[in-house]
Write a protein that binds this ligand. Structure first.
Ligand SMILES: CC(C)(COP(=O)(O)OP(=O)(O)OC[C@H]1O[C@@H](n2cnc3c(N)ncnc32)[C@H](O)[C@@H]1OP(=O)(O)O)[C@@H](O)C(=O)NCCC(=O)NCCS
Length: 150
């Protein structure tokens, strides 16, 4: 997991969660602990060839602010982006939420990372709120997707 974040320095800086120049495995572990401490949260570390970790995904079933399921974090290793991994994990997240009967899911995207916003938009998520400050004082866009196909 440490390697996944370390290979995404722009994202780390933009999110305010990590300083990529001083990032260490202990910080990544604390971050993971915080994620899985959320209500009903499952965290997934995707591996290829039963070896190298290539992506991290965390899915709280009920976000403390609105009770909806969220994709809290999706980060693909910097060397493995653009190969369909993020898209497959997003489908996994949507299927997981749908299986619980959820009709809507949300994510937040940093305003400073337009490619991530385009990624979500390409997968059918739409912006519902802009200019929202996150817990690290960064500005995010909240995006939403209907899981019912309506
Ligand atoms: C954003 C991120 C998760 C995307 O994962 P990825 O594995 O590179 O994306 P994929 O290769 O699975 O792309 C899935 C689809 O999105 C589209 N897409 C991806 N990036 C895009 C972009 N910048 N603009 C338009 N479409 C884009 C792809 O074309 C693809 O569509 P297709 O299946 O029809 O070809 C990854 O780049 C990442 O980890 N970025 C850093 C962390 C981050 O910003 N995470 C998001 C937090 S909100």
């Amino acid at each position: 997991m440490f390697g996944i974040f370390a290979s995404n320095p722009l994202y780390c800086r933009a999110s305010g969660a990590f300083d990529p120049d001083v990032l260490d495995a202990g910080q990544a572990r604390d971050y993971l602990r915080n994620d899985i401490g959320m209500d009903g949260c499952s965290a997934l570390l995707a591996r290829i060839d039963r070896g190298r970790a290539v992506a991290y995904l965390s899915l709280p079933a009920r976000h403390p602010k609105d009770g909806l399921p969220w994709v809290m974090e999706l980060v693909v290793h910097g060397e493995m982006q653009g190969r369909g991994i993020g898209g497959r994990l997003t489908k996994h997240a949507e299927d997981t939420f749908r299986a619980t009967g959820a009709g809507t899911a949300r994510i937040c995207v940093l305003e400073q990372t337009p490619p991530a916003r385009e990624f979500w938009a390409a997968l059918g998520w739409r912006a519902i709120r802009q200019g929202v400050p996150n817990e690290n004082g960064r500005v995010v866009i909240v995006m939403e997707k209907s899981l019912t196909g309506a």
